[in-house]
Design a protein around this ligand. Sequence first.
Ligand SMILES: NC(=O)c1ccc[n+]([C@@H]2O[C@H](COP(=O)([O-])OP(=O)(O)OC[C@H]3O[C@@H](n4cnc5c(N)ncnc54)[C@H](OP(=O)(O)O)[C@@H]3O)[C@@H](O)[C@H]2O)c1
Length: 399
Amino acid sequence: MQSVYRRLRHHHFDQSPAQIASFKSLIPLSDRFNGANGSRSASTLATKGVGHLVRKGTGGRSSVSGIVATVFGATGFLGRYLVQQLAKMGSQVLVPFRGPEDSQRHLKLMGDLGQIVPMKYNPRDESSIKAVMAKANVVINLIGREYETRNFSFEEVNHHMAEMLAVIAKEHGGIMRYIQVSGLGASPSSPSRMLRAKAAAEEAILRELPEVTVMRPAVMIGTEDRILNPWAHFTKKYSFLPLMGDGSTKIQPVYVADVASAIIAALKDDGSSMGKTYELGGPEIYTIHELAELMYDTIREWPRYVKVPFPVAKVLATPRELLLNKVPFPMPVPTIFNLDLIEALSTDTVVSDDALTFEDLGITPRKLKGYPTEFLIQYRKGGPQYGSTVSEKVSRSWD
Ligand SMILES: NC(=O)c1ccc[n+]([C@@H]2O[C@H](COP(=O)([O-])OP(=O)(O)OC[C@H]3O[C@@H](n4cnc5c(N)ncnc54)[C@H](OP(=O)(O)O)[C@@H]3O)[C@@H](O)[C@H]2O)c1
């Protein structure tokens, strides 16, 4: 298996059937996955979701929801909010992790004793994936990465791993719900390679498990986010913020806990969200410039921007990508000058008019201004109370 992946690592697939077939031939999954004559066998997912599972207790942390969920990618940003919500309703959560023990330690406390079960695994090893899925009746895939590393390409992390999980879940036979977290803007024609890989993953998973629920969150905001934090950090360090293009690209950022709630709502329903794709954007559309203004407003700094035209931003971000596989050491993680992110920002990414959204799951997403962005006060130069809104409100009422 290791040699298989070593070959995959250096090989980027496009979406042609011949290449997908060649990828499948590289991964020694059992023949059962492809059914007779290589045609796909029907999905093994139950059609009613987990609604009929035996539940005990009042629905809190110490009750039993009947859900045993394997959450791939639980050690990430969204993972911590999702695991917390799953555990809070009395679910058992199996947490596959590949890094150090510390990577999952914070999750253990979110559930009752024994309810959060960290399990070391190797995402390139089919048998270890089967082991972490063995006892589950729900699988949620949050694995993803917005930059490449020497070891993992966009396609491997965002597409091939997702496809392998779906294939294994299908063979499992006892999985009642499968939820794939993709990304808003996922499309084969996206300028971003990551979003193209996400689109390919959706297509591949749908082929295996037509009842999969796909969640496409917009850029997520919250204490550990990877947009406002790097912006605020950069601003504090250099006293200005680079604004890609003229800052007019539209995005629809969403509070991370709302995305977790959407996944829970889908899980709890009677199966009506099965086989559907939801686009999860926040209640307001922001331009990049407006979002940066919100950040400046919250950290109480005077806005200073340097507009970086897209071609210049790409030139600045390119050396990392060129050197990635050429130097014998890991390249730094790109934050603001991430080439693929810059590509993604070259077009508007908002929820489409005809998409299923939070509303269809019975959730009202929170506005960003206020609690969801309150974590930014840690960046205020005079401490959290610096330039407090309370004093401003008082002075305004006297005007
Ligand atoms: N954050 C956003 O604004 C945003 C927006 C739209 C969509 N999404 C998508 O939503 C999902 C969750 O996002 P997130 O922000 O929580 O992501 P995250 O913080 O980057 O976490 C990603 C998770 O994927 C795992 N992972 C990454 N590369 C892996 C690899 N090569 N092998 C195995 N596991 C790997 C990580 O494990 P380790 O801890 O071991 O690295 C981590 O648990 C992702 O699919 C992401 O693409 C995110």
